[in-house]
Design a protein around this ligand. Sequence first.
Ligand code: URA
Length: 214
Amino acid sequence: MTFILNQHHSIANHMLRELRDRAMQRDPMRFRHNVERLGSILAYEISKSLSYHEEVVETPLGQTSVFVINQQPLLITVLRAGLPFFHGFQYVFDQADSGFIGAWREEGSGDIRINLNYVATPSVEGREVIIIDPMLATGKSFLKSLMALEKYGKPSFIHVAALVAAPEGIRHVEDNIKHPFKIWTCALDEGLNEHAYIVPGLGDAGDLCYGEKL
Ligand code: URA
């Protein structure tokens, strides 16, 4: 079942409101900062689903036991909009290995085409992988990224992490993914417009973080 952060009462909703507000979007530093903060919150939610063991820790005054994660997940980010979201994940999974995928949409006539031109990642073999792609719109860039990872091994579990998701993207992932997986999103919106942008969404996440691309 998809985890949807804004279905719960929490301060995360203030960050989402600021991200969506077109007046506040004029401040790219604030926009990136809120994306980062939501990345950390979603990472924390995902961390609750991972496996842990107990270890003893020595304090200056005695001993106690703590739950320690068995292995930090591998963080894979889809450039460029994924970067601030990824930084939020890195604050939480501070010892995690990371991989990067360069993907962009070709917005010509007809179907949206996704192009990939860059993959740099450690092995994904047997790893719990979090794929960090802020806008889960059609789901095509996510699935294309997953295909690009095939030659780097077979992950044991895939966490799909999005800031905003559309039902169409969720369905596309659910119908096509071949690994055990779970989708985690900060918000689930109404759907896609004719340009495959999420409505109401927030606009172009990459442009809002880094300036309008040519
Ligand atoms: N990418 C974005 O940045 N925004 C959308 O709404 C869809 C894809």
